[in-house]
Design a protein around this ligand. Sequence first.
Ligand code: CS2
Length: 398
Amino acid sequence: MGSILHFGLGNFARAHLLDYTDQAGGWDVIGVSLRSSSVRDGLAKQGFAYDLCVQGQGVKRIEVLKDVLVAPKDREAVFDAIANADIISATVTEKGYHLDADGKLNFQDPAIIADLAGQGPSTLIGFLAYGLANRQKPLTVMSCDNRVENGKVLESAVSDFASAAGLGMNWDAIRFPNSMVDRITPATTDAVRAISGDAMAVPTEAFSEWVIEDNFAGPRPDWPGVQLVDDVAPHEKRKLRMLNGAHSLLAYGGLNRGLTYVHEAAQDPVLRPLVSQLMKDAGTTLPTELQDQVPAYADALILRFENPELAHCLDQIAMDGSQKLPYRFVPTLRETGSAAVVQGMRAWISFCISETAAGRVLNDPLAGEIASSARHSDAVSALLKLVGAEDLAPLIRE
Ligand code: CS2
């Protein structure tokens, strides 16, 4: 029996990695919640099993999770689990990596400063660096977040932290495969809880995709349908620039137009053609061997976005824009100057300005910087700077 230690037990992990691992059999998962105990408290009452409500397919009970540790309280247990795991995986969202706009570990980030001060870590990076120091057994550390080269950036963040903290690492024994993950998984609503009768139920779509770099230090579950490849980059670009880029355009464009759900924005007469254009333009930036697949992939994405039963809220996608846009919008903008992506970036800027003017604080780790940039006399440049694209201001302003 192999063991996975998974950081970040949001709905996405419970609909993706845990579902795949449950189906594979022969492996257990122990979860770590980095902050709140609410997922642990809810799941502990039901032996850590929960209903996955797969749209169009029915409900399945996921029973692969054996325990959930809450990091601030169970630190020693987390370190023990790090020492014993065969695979450590993470879905801590984009901001959970504490990187700066260049993708490097942000040593100005208060959470990283606190972890380096050595009072017991609170971040994924701190836990990994301290926990892996001097571990000799082979280990695979697998990021499953929507970041470009997610494994590589995690490795360099842990390595930068370890150097700064003076920790020794047995790098030869550790692998950090890159991966591309996909399954649209909204937050749980009361309607979902009522239908399934499980307070911890997770709603998700039928579609799911997982492409992983074939770079494991030891055994792995026999995950059904997973593609193991030499290079994840083309898949990652396809998904981040087309799916997630379109999502962010729908989110900011839709919220600015007073809409609530992805399926409403996908049917909006102004946004729908823009989304199709964005996907077409993003498609041109993909490697030649993927070009043929772009139209069918784009059509399939529109169908997924139009799905009304998922009730996927636009504000869930709109959060943490400063962490998402650098690889959802900026590369396509730089490579193609896409007018549709220009509209997407303008929609984010308008959203930041109008929310700030209304006195609302954005749900974003850079909320403070966003608010002061939105009030700046050159708000466009100031906001673009936060997503590493200040030089694109003339294109956005035109
Ligand atoms: C979404 C993603 O919240 C967001 O920003 O774009 O979570 C999206 O639903 C997933 O990446 C789909 O795999």
